[in-house]
Design a protein around this ligand. Structure first.
Ligand code: ZN
Length: 207
């Protein structure tokens, strides 16, 4: 039996052998309460988007500049995101802006890479999954996490190339990886390492 805490959302997962008795397993899990609490305490807390906070954005950062009397529309001004209106709406408005930026950018980049790869793409949309950064359906629809916009551009690019390469190979075999390297011009090692090191912290913002 194994207990694990998912760093992305604090979900506690109990893995059992196929024929294990559930009652005994739950009892064992209960006896591990101290360990679970310790693991949860070590998790990074959610980061609220509030006036004055810094938001990672494409490898740099944007400061949320709240101007209560100003326009409610979020506007980027250099390294600031200017937003007006009531304070409690700052977080939701900035999130919506980030999501729209991500959708626009990911749509354009996916179509550009697909053109280079000589494949067609269906719909491109962004969502907020906790466990994956992108996915590609057999019919060519591609979905991404909007949080890719919070990462360095190279990580976003590697993710886009990964999903487009699935239009040629719907698996993670050697031909798939060769196609990724061809389209990206390198193996995405640094990008994978970045995701491993920072993926969990990217999942915290605005939750
Ligand atoms: Zn894949």
């Amino acid at each position: 039996m194994r207990l694990a805490v998912d760093p992305r959302d604090g979900a506690v997962k109990l893995t059992l052998p196929r024929r294990a008795a559930l009652g005994a397993a739950l009892k064992w899990a209960e006896s591990q309460r101290a360990w679970v609490e310790q693991a949860l305490a070590k998790l990074p807390v959610a980061e609220a988007i509030a006036p004055g906070c810094e938001i990672p954005f494409e490898g740099a950062s944007l400061r949320v500049d709240w101007q209560p009397g100003g326009s409610r529309r979020v506007r980027r001004d250099g390294d600031r995101l200017v937003v007006g209106g009531p304070e409690e709406m700052v977080g939701p408005r900035v999130l919506r802006w980030l999501r729209a930026e991500a959708a626009r950018m990911l749509d354009a980049e996916t179509r550009a890479v697909a053109a280079r790869a000589g494949v067609t793409i269906g719909r491109v949309r962004v969502g907020d999954p906790r466990t994956r950064w992108g996915s590609c359906s057999a019919s060519g629809d591609v979905a991404y996490s909007w949080r890719l916009i919070l990462m360095p551009p190279a990580v976003r690019e590697a993710t886009v190339v990964h999903e487009v390469a699935h239009r040629l190979h719907m698996h993670h075999g050697p031909e798939f990886h060769a196609e990724v390297e061809r389209l990206l011009g390198r193996a995405p090692r640094a990008e994978r390492a970045w995701l491993k090191a920072h993926g969990a912290s990217v999942q915290r913002l605005g939750r």
